[in-house]
Design a protein around this ligand. Structure first.
Ligand code: MN3
Length: 239
């Protein structure tokens, strides 16, 4: 498990929370209160709305899994980031800027891990949809065939990468130069820090599937690819 996901209510943290709330209010007032929405992009960061009901992906992913995964894990990354980012040089940056500014900097590991995990999870929820899977839209299909030979070859690469990722991480369909590629990342790592454009992702941390599939990661990944994967979202990202 990510050691940064645990929360605490020590007096120090309580004071930091109070300071954060005060700073947020001052900034909000300075920006004209309700008349401005610019503040929404930076701290305090908020948990994005799930794009469907918690039970919408059943029976592939149960409401129980989504309840923990979205309601506890994803939320914890948001709460943790708000705690660790305030009073740092990254406090007023939007999420993607925080991720690229802290990537590869050991002194900012906690900020990077929590910021990247917020981004990764928001992207993961959109990478699936009820009644997903099946044939990709024609424009994407053509791109997939150009890079992998066939849609099925891409699908197999995604499944193989997901199963072979040792420990926690993510599998991605990305644009790298003029090609589409399948890559995997460990822990919170995200392809946008290395100049690749993510199109889709599958979370292969155990918390994504253990309640429903226990140790059968391959069954989870194959079910997501066949029944939930959101090719339309990948096409939108292809832009
Ligand atoms: Mn996860």
């Amino acid at each position: 498990m990510n050691r940064n996901t645990t929360s605490s209510s020590s007096p120090v943290l309580e004071r930091r929370r109070f300071l954060m709330a005060s700073a947020g209010t001052v900034a909000w007032l300075a920006m004209g209160g309700f008349s401005s929405t610019a503040q929404a992009a930076a701290a305090p960061h908020v948990l994005p709305t799930l794009p469907y009901a918690e039970n919408a992906l059943e029976p592939i992913i149960t409401a129980r899994t989504i309840g923990f995964h979205y309601g506890r894990h994803h939320k914890a990354y948001v709460d943790n980031l708000n705690n660790v980012v305030m009073e740092t040089e990254f406090a007023d940056l939007p999420l993607e800027k925080i991720i690229t500014a802290t990537a590869g900097r050991p002194e900012n590991t906690a900020i990077f891990n929590n910021a990247a995990q917020i981004w990764n999870h928001s992207f993961y929820w959109k990478s699936m949809r009820p009644k997903g899977g099946g044939e990709p839209p024609a424009a994407l299909k053509q791109k997939l065939e150009g890079s992998f030979g066939s849609v099925d070859a891409c699908r197999k690469e995604l499944a193989t990468a997901a199963v072979s990722q040792f420990g926690s991480g993510w599998v991605w369909l990305v644009v790298d130069g003029d090609k589409l590629k399948v890559i995997k990342t460990a822990n919170a790592d995200v392809p946008l820090t290395t100049g690749m454009k993510p199109l889709l992702t599958i979370d292969v941390w155990e918390h994504a599937y253990y309640l429903d599939y226990q140790n059968r990661r391959a069954d989870y990944v194959n079910a997501v690819l066949d029944k939930l994967i959101n090719w339309e979202f990948a096409l939108q990202n292809l832009g």
